[in-house]
Design a protein around this ligand. Structure first.
Ligand SMILES: Nc1ncnc2c1ncn2[C@@H]1O[C@H](COP(=O)(O)OP(=O)(O)OP(=O)(O)O)[C@@H](O)[C@H]1O
Length: 323
């Protein structure tokens, strides 16, 4: 694996004291690394620091073995795409795309060739003469991504690029960005607060909590072995219950098997059955003022009724020291 970006002990502190502290991160060539966390945790601050839009208070940012910490955005090998597409409304798609290339003094014929190629890559051939307001949100974002890619960034920075799009288009764009990354062997840093988006798009995820990194790992690692109760509660659904010694047991609803009254060790009563689609959520009443939620397949739902006495087994769980 080739290390593309190295962030060493980076702090970006705003005048009011907010920001991010002591961030260490290594980003590999060709990976999509996602910064994930709730609003205000510092995702955008890190992304903008990589792009040169935020000044580092301390620490350094290395890209391709060059220290870029003090370079301005245009002197970094990065390209940034924002949540709002930022296309110039009075310019056609062609003019929007050609702008940066003209500044680089590329000749007209070459510009035309590159624009044709990039529009084909983002699956938008033939839209050169349209204005941004004649395109859908998803199409505008494809053009915005194309515009960034034309400047051949080594690292593409995407700040919640799909959050203004509706759910179906958002899913399409996730596949698109993975395909484009593969095609160009791009390195992408992606910011989202949507854990499903992070799970589906990323090679690795950085979970952030109040300006610091809570965990870095593959989507599987983050989901299967959350490093702390915070990560466990942020990613996916978890049941939490406190042990007598104050430690906390975390169990995913899919790691609970339900059977007839005598099938398993633990006993419960069914309190609620909620059919979601291909699965149902069953709420179990454990008699000691505790409840657990379990998932069962749709095909199993007809076997159970509210107030049924059942038994259950836990196939996997995590234990955390703190509540
Ligand atoms: N320009 C600024 N001046 C002062 N404080 C700021 C500035 N930008 C961000 N902050 C603060 O720094 C912290 C991190 O903000 P940041 O925008 O990086 O979070 P985020 O995780 O990207 O959130 P969101 O998902 O809402 O964009 C927050 O407490 C925020 O209020």
């Amino acid at each position: 694996m080739v290390e593309k970006v190295k962030i060493n002990d980076l702090s970006v502190i705003y005048d009011n004291g907010d920001g991010v502290k002591n961030v260490d991160l290594s980003i590999n060539q060709g990976e999509i690394l996602t910064l994930l966390g709730p609003s205000g945790c510092g995702k955008t601050t890190i992304l903008r620091a990589i792009g040169g839009f935020n000044k580092a208070t301390a620490g350094e940012i290395i890209i391709d073995n060059n220290n870029v910490t003090d370079l301005s955005p245009e002197n970094r090998p990065t390209g940034m795409v924002f949540q709002s597409y930022n296309l110039w409304p009075h310019m056609t798609v062609y003019e929007n795309l050609a702008f940066g290339l003209k500044l680089r003094k590329i000749n007209k014929k070459e510009i035309k060739k590159q624009i044709t190629e990039i529009l084909s890559l983002v699956r938008m051939p033939g839209v050169e003469k349209k204005f941004p307001n004649q395109l859908s949100g998803g199409q505008q974002q494809r053009v915005a991504i194309a515009r960034s890619l034309l400047l051949r960034p080594e690292v593409l920075l995407l700040d919640e690029p799909f959050s203004a799009l509706d759910a179906k288009i958002r899913q399409e764009m996730r596949s698109e960005i993975k395909r484009i990354k593969q095609n160009l062997d791009l390195t992408i840093v992606f910011v989202t607060h949507d854990q499903e988006e992070a799970m589906s798009i990323s090679d690795r995820i950085v979970v952030m909590d109040k300006g610091v990194i809570a965990q870095v790992g593959t989507p599987h690692e983050i989901y299967d072995k959350p490093a702390s109760k915070y990560v466990a509660s942020f990613i996916g659904t978890m049941n939490f219950s406190e042990n007598d010694d104050g430690s906390v047991i975390a169990t995913r609803p899919e790691d609970i098997s339900i059977g007839n009254e005598n099938d398993y060790e633990y006993k419960a009563t069914i309190k609620e059955i909620m059919l979601i689609g291909h699965y149902a959520i069953i709420t179990l009443d454990l008699y000691n003022n505790k409840e657990l939620q379990a998932y069962i397949a749709r095909s199993e739902v007809s076997k159970y009724n509210i107030d049924d006495k059942v038994s259950f087994n836990i196939t996997k769980q995590q234990v955390y020291a703190e509540m």
